[in-house]
Design a protein around this ligand. Structure first.
Ligand code: ADP
Ligand code: MG
Length: 374
């Protein structure tokens, strides 16, 4: 694989119009014009790259998607609140309208790419969270323009490819959350590089069902049971542990808060790992030298079910291991517990971080490697 050009490979940027693909898909509250940004982390995260360029005399034009307007202009998804915040943080920097107002963005339409690069001299990709998608603004501009990865993207690639290619052992992956089938592919890939796997969140129920435990009415994916059975067998054959919860917290058949062992009775729902599991998972994390965590251990948004996620987050903060957290909700949980500064790297991309760990490459990185200045 060739190398990915960095900002220095752009040469002289002075007086150049540089299109910077950012991930400004920020969380907001309210509707339409009354929308308020609840966390501007993603805008602030792009500032080092924006400032690097403007300090060297470039005129920066940023662009991003926001929500899912499905190819139609829709004021509900306008970039106005982001533009206002960006004007405060980086005065003079332009921001195009929501890329997904045009169906050509997700459709990777050459006509839309031509519109994007019109009047533009160079392209910088700093949108790690979108690099796993072959969309127009990600893969189009590097076909013709001198291009580079921004500082944020560069850090993500260094950290995540470092994990994948040369982790310090023991390497433990902690997985949870609710997007089970999305994440099972990465479990398979992770099993090749990790020494053990810790599984909590809704993800654990499909594994527990595969082992014959009762899971009540917990969230699970019946059509993934065979995959989980195979993963359990593969892990056992490779001498790698898959740690599953030994106790669970949730609601009983009447909807009341309840604690359970590993098996849930009919009608019960598991919403968090129990204290015994949280302690066992903590031990695994403390003994590791590298930990990658994706997906909360429970429905942490509900204070009754946050303890498991909080305990694992605290272990991530306390362990001497090199710690990396990926996933929007996992990052939000860390921030909620004020532990986001206590881990080594919080990835800005959920799906992208998993896909980079799984495949070792992303469409956006491949595109940059093919740029004329690469
Ligand atoms: P991330 O964004 O970190 O990748 P996911 O999007 O996969 O994580 O999952 C996060 C969601 O999973 C959270 O909203 C959380 O409430 C939910 N969740 C975790 N455990 C459970 C569970 N046992 N039952 C239902 N939902 C759960
Ligand atoms: Mg999520």
């Amino acid at each position: 694989m060739g190398r990915i050009p960095t900002l220095a490979d752009l040469g002289d940027v002075s007086g150049k119009r540089v299109l910077v693909r950012t991930d400004f898909n920020v969380p907001m509250e309210g509707e339409g014009d009354a929308r308020v940004i609840t966390d501007d982390f993603r805008i602030r995260a792009a500032l080092p790259t924006i400032n690097w360029l403007t300090e060297r005399g470039a005129q920066v034009v940023t662009c991003s998607h926001l929500g899912r307007p499905k190819g139609q202009p829709n004021p509900k998804y306008s970039m106005d609140p982001v533009r206002a915040r960006l004007a405060e943080l980086a005065p003079g920097v332009e921001l195009l309208e929501n890329l997904r107002y045009d169906a050509g963005e997700e459709g990777n339409d050459p006509a839309f790419v031509a519109k994007l690069v019109d009047g533009i001299d160079m392209y910088v990709d700093d949108a790690f969270g979108a690099c796993h998608r072959a969309h127009a603004s990600i893969v189009g501009p590097p076909r013709t323009l001198p291009s580079a990865m921004g500082l944020l993207l560069q850090k993500e690639v260094e950290v995540l490819l470092g994990l994948r290619n040369e982790p310090k052992h023991p390497f433990v992956a902690v997985l949870g959350g609710s997007k089970i089938s999305d994440k099972l592919g990465v479990v398979e890939a992770l099993l090749r590089v990790v020494d053990s796997l810790v599984v909590g969140g809704a993800m654990c129920f499909t594994f527990l069902a595969a082992q014959g435990y009762g899971i009540g009415d917990s969230l699970w994916e019946p059509d993934q049971v065979d995959t989980c059975k195979r993963l359990l067998a593969d892990a056992a054959a490779a001498g790698k542990a898959i740690h599953l919860p030994e106790d669970l917290v949730g609601t009983d058949a009447s909807g009341n808060f309840a604690t359970f062992g590993r098996s849930l009775p009919p009608g019960a729902k598991g919403f968090d790992i129990g204290p015994g599991s949280a302690a066992a998972f903590t031990d695994v994390i403390m003994d590791a030298r590298t930990v990658f965590w994706n997906g909360p251990m429970g429905m942490f948004e509900d204070p009754r079910f946050e303890a498991g996620t909080r305990t694992v987050a605290q272990a991530m903060a306390d362990t001497k291991a090199f710690t990396v957290v990926g996933g929007g909700d996992s990052a939000a949980a860390l921030a909620q517990f004020r532990l986001d500064d206590e881990v080594d790297h919080v990835s800005t991309g959920g799906g992208a971080s998993l896909e980079l760990l799984e495949l070792g490459d992303l469409p956006g990185l491949e595109a940059l490697r093919g740029a004329p200045n690469a």
